[in-house]
Write a protein that binds this ligand. Structure first.
Ligand SMILES: [Zn+2]
Length: 71
């Protein structure tokens, strides 16, 4: 379902290497989805392979699974 979006995100961030899901944190937050307006999202952070990039926070809305991210 999300494979295309995830592929795009990984390409964009240079994360091709990371295939295994190295989930650091994982929880729900009240965050409005920019695409469908859903008010709740799952978020989790991943440590980037390139250390200078630090952590990126990923959000997936629980309505339709729209991904977004914050650096
Ligand atoms: Zn959404």
């Amino acid at each position: 379902m999300l494979s295309c979006a995830w592929h795009d995100i990984r390409r964009e961030l240079g994360m091709e290497i990371i295939e295994e899901h190295t989930v650091m944190e994982y929880s729900k937050v009240n965050k409005k989805c920019e695409k469908c307006g859903h008010g709740e999202a799952i978020y989790y952070t991943r440590q980037m392979r390139s250390a200078d990039k630090g952590k990126t926070t990923f959000y997936t809305c629980t309505g339709y699974g729209h991904p977004s991210q914050e650096n």
